[in-house]
Write a protein that binds this ligand. Sequence first.
Ligand code: MN
Length: 258
Amino acid sequence: MKILISNDDGYRAPGIEALHAALRDIAEVEVVAPEHNNSAKSNALTLHQPLYVHPGAEGVRYVNGTPADCVHIALTGLLGYRPDLVVSGINNGANMGDDTIYSGTVGAAMEGYLFGIPAIAFSQVEKGWSHLDAAARVARELVQQVVAQGLLTRPAPFLLNVNIPNRPYEALGPLQVCRLGRRHAAESVISQPSPRGDTMYWIGAAGPARDGADGTDFHAAAQGCIAVTPLQVDLTDHDALGDWTQTARTLSARSPKA
Ligand code: MN
């Protein structure tokens, strides 16, 4: 089994080092990860500057680009083969609810998924890396289970978003499959005068959970469970297709020339 590992916190982050160490004796692993922190870069690709790949310690490679850049160039020529699985993380902080839209951790996994390869994004719920050993063990066990159940050889790939509470391994609850919750809008932008008299703006912190009902990732994680959400990429609002079809008929009945 061949696994491509990436992340968004940068190739020297403790989370990717722990993930690499947890997976390298159960699979052939390659790490291709961003040089610098690329949190909240989503699926961004770098199109207007060249990308360079550099060797780091222990066979790791790092790139002056985004998480999606790393996976994209790995899959389109750098590796020279097709991995069986793409894993991303372990991220420094939760990627639940609306976070998944912004997350570079999810973006790296999604890039693999878009190429038809099963992919898993791993995040720790709290920042700061406490109990990272437990999260890495969970990641390793989940990968082993996915392999043992033959899920990598199914015709359709999957994309899993996994959030692991920062607890000792023995204190973690079971895996709970859940939908994404929602967050409140982010906090206000923070403005400050720059040393040269301009106004600088800092994006505010993410909002707290707004929909953390039973069945959501927020709820599962708050109970100490490992929150597992299967994701898809189709953004179509399928429930609204009928209504909008009706609305479009009304709109097109009004000819601008009438
Ligand atoms: Mn991150």
